[in-house]
Design a protein around this ligand. Structure first.
Ligand code: PGA
Length: 263
């Protein structure tokens, strides 16, 4: 059955105390639906206290990044091994990691593998810059990032991977791609995954959209065929917006479940 994923990326916001207060608010407002997985990605520091605080039925926890070695002399880093038991998801290759911190394809590939090796689901973030879009390079960019990010994964691991399509120019800008453009990218992703891991994997891979999602446009993006969820930045820090988006996902999931039953 199709499940929807709503993932909130808090980025470098909220200290431990504020995170706890905010989660108390979310707990009151975020509805629980059988077919919606709601994930919040706070700072590393807040993962441990929040893991004790949240109802795991209502929300899951994700990390915003990880290092790809499991342990060792890597001052300041946090490994996927250390995140086990605290987070179930890890954002990998978020645009800010790629563009502010200079992560390259190799780092990202190793992080995807580290997440899987440690039993966590990587959310591989991909997306073109405005220059790549203006040059007509979207397909090429998406294919490259996917092939490189998913290289050397076994076909039995691909089910654990989520792909988030986030055009770099749409993140935090209020600009968003058209429905047609997103449909096109969904097709590119499914085709490439099918090519790498077989037709079934191409059909089943979970694809999220991210970039300037809010309560007003969430329904449009969630309604796009082949989109399984949303990755939300700014609006994940506003409880009524985030809760409202989860509600939209839940209502849509209910309608889809009914349609599936009637088929
Ligand atoms: P935004 O961020 O929703 O604020 O555009 C999305 C993201 O960075 O994942």
């Amino acid at each position: 059955m199709a499940k929807k994923f709503i993932i909130g990326n808090w980025k470098m916001n909220l200290n431990v105390h504020e995170s706890s207060l905010f989660v108390t608010k979310l707990a009151q407002e975020v509805p629980t639906f059988r077919d919606v997985t709601t994930v919040i990605c706070p700072s590393f520091l807040a993962l441990q206290p929040l893991s004790m605080q949240i109802s795991h039925r209502q929300m899951k926890l994700g990390a915003q990044d990880c290092y790809w070695r499991d342990s060792g002399a890597f001052t300041g880093e946090i490994s996927a091994t250390q995140l086990r038991g605290l987070a179930q998801y890890i954002l990998v290759g978020h645009s800010e990691r790629r563009h502010v911190f200079g992560e390259d394809d190799r780092d990202i590939r190793f992080k995807v593998q580290a997440a899987l090796r440690n039993g966590l689901s990587p959310v591989l973030c991909i997306g073109e810059t405005s220059v790549e879009r203006d040059n007509g390079d979207i397909e090429h960019t998406i294919d490259d990032q996917l092939v490189s990010g998913l290289l050397n994964i076994d076909s039995d691991q691909i089910d654990e991977v989520l792909v988030a399509y986030e055009p770099v120019w749409a993140i935090g800008t209020g600009e968003t791609p058209s429905v047609k453009d997103i449909e096109q990218v969904v097709k590119i992703i499914r085709t490439q995954v099918a090519h790498m891991f077989g037709r079934d994997a191409g059909k089943k891979i979970r694809i999220l959209y991210g970039g300037s999602v809010n309560l007003d446009n969430a329904g449009v993006f969630l309604g796009i065929k082949g989109i399984d969820g949303l990755l939300i930045g700014g609006m994940s820090l506003i409880a009524p917006e985030f809760a409202g988006i989860v509600k939209i996902a839940g209502e849509l999931a209910k309608i889809e479940a009914k349609e599936e039953k009637n088929d």
